[in-house]
Design a protein around this ligand. Structure first.
Ligand code: PLP
Length: 415
């Protein structure tokens, strides 16, 4: 590999919630974290951060050099994004995702994808409206929709006979009709299930949305992190209806680990939708680009960034294969559907918990006790689910699974 995906970065004390905090199951089912040093582990084992969705790899060097070069000019006043910002996004989306006829005016800055999702819902819905989503559901959707007065109507994804998560179009139709729904939040690739949706699935979705005039808010923040061979099809490229009735959100923050720099963007082909969302997101005067995040994006979307993401995807594939094989071979009662995208594993521990008479809290705490900082999947609507972040050097993933084997799933007291 040309880039470094093996060094174990010391992130503690370096502005990283992944290392400075540990997620802790909360009696009321809410999401809480506690300072890392307050959580004791067996034999003082170190903590392996496998929860919040950021990565434990150093960024591609062009990001740092691009920002460093800009820092040499000692003035950071008001600005508008330079042409390279739009050029590099167009090149990236065209090359990586086969996006067609993308023009600079279709692209708009967003501080964050979630903020963009809410701006879009604010122009498509009235407060109190019902919005269709799939479950399991990314907790960020749950919190931000709730906080902004929207009711989530959840259509469960179902595992098919090949252990692949699928949309249930009949169920979606029923819920759209019963709740008079005109907006949905679609996650592509899907967090936490890791599906990279196929063309026919997007076409079915499109038919349904067109039939009931449902507009689509498409969160494609994970679009670059897919297994080699998988193809992310932008929602807007799937059909004419979806092109004209979708607001899509992207970010280099997930792909290149830049969440701390802040900066995402939307792509919206439909002018009316675009104008309304732009107006809505400008109302607070908070949705403004940071000059360093502009240079971070331009640095990321250089040829080196293309190579870096290809290598990253190889590394993630290796980690996912390792983890899924380990689960299949050694963790009886734990099930997983191998994700085609994202670096998350969403594991189902129902059989294990029932066989061993353990609650989810018991299980989660047992993982934390051996330093595996994993995330409660109940917040994603998986009753016995745990979400595991695998964006770490393989040696750390191996260490985590060996500890889970020894101290949790096959611990002598659990036999
Ligand atoms: C599906 C999805 N959307 C949005 C976000 C958050 O994006 P942002 O920080 O840009 O709001 C995440 C982060 O994990 C995510 O998984």
């Amino acid at each position: 590999m040309k880039y470094d995906f093996t060094t174990i970065m010391k992130r503690k004390g370096q502005d990283a919630i992944a290392a400075d905090f540990v997620p802790m199951p909360d009696e009321d089912g809410r999401f809480t974290t506690v300072p890392e040093e307050t959580v004791e582990t067996i034999d003082n084992l170190d903590k392996i951060p496998m929860w919040v969705a950021d990565m434990n790899f150093p960024v591609v060097p062009t990001i740092t050099t691009s920002m460093a070069k800009r820092l040499e000019h000692p003035a950071y006043g008001y600005f508008t994004p330079r042409k390279e910002y739009f050029d590099e996004i167009i090149k990236w989306q065209t090359t990586r995702h086969n996006m067609k006829n993308l023009e600079p005016e279709f692209i708009g800055y967003e501080n964050g994808v979630l903020g963009g999702v809410i701006s879009a819902l604010n122009v498509l819905c009235s407060k109190g409206d019902q919005v269709l989503l799939h479950s399991p559901t990314y907790i960020g959707f749950t919190n931000s929709l709730k906080n902004n007065g929207y009711n989530m109507i959840l259509s469960p994804l179902k595992l098919d006979e090949n252990n692949v998560w699928r949309m249930d179009f009949e169920d979606m139709e029923k819920r759209i009709v019963e709740n008079n729904i005109h907006a949905m939040v679609f996650c592509s690739p899907h967090n936490p299930c890791g599906r990279v949706w196929e063309k026919w699935e997007l076409e079915e979705l499109s038919k349904l949305c067109e039939k009931y005039d449902v507009k689509v808010v498409s969160d494609e923040i994970w679009s670059d992190i897919i297994r080699p061979g998988a193809e992310h099809i932008p929602t807007q490229m799937a059909t004419g209806y979806l092109r004209d009735n979708t607001a899509a959100f992207y970010a280099p923050s997930k792909t290149f680990n830049l969440a701390g720099l802040v900066g995402s963007y939307h792509i919206i082909y439909n002018k009316t939708l675009r104008d309304r969302i732009h107006k809505e997101s400008s109302l607070s005067h908070y949705n403004e680009m940071n000059v360093l995040s502009l240079y971070a994006l331009v640095g990321a979307y250089q040829p080196e960034g293309y190579e870096w993401v290809d290598e990253l995807n190889e590394v993630i594939k290796g980690n996912i294969d390792y983890a899924c094989d380990y689960i299949d071979q050694k963790f009886e009662g734990v099930r997983v559907s191998k994700p085609q995208g994202t670096y998350m594993l969403f594991i189902d521990c129902e059989d294990w918990c029932k066989t061993h008479h353990k609650s989810m809290d018991d299980l989660l705490k047992a993982g934390l006790k051996c330093g595996v900082c994993w995330q409660d999947g109940r917040m994603f609507h998986g009753d016995y689910a745990i979400r595991l972040n695998l964006a770490l050097p393989l040696s750390r993933v191996q260490e985590a699974f060996e500890r889970l084997d020894r101290y949790v799933f096959n611990a002598p007291e659990n036999q």
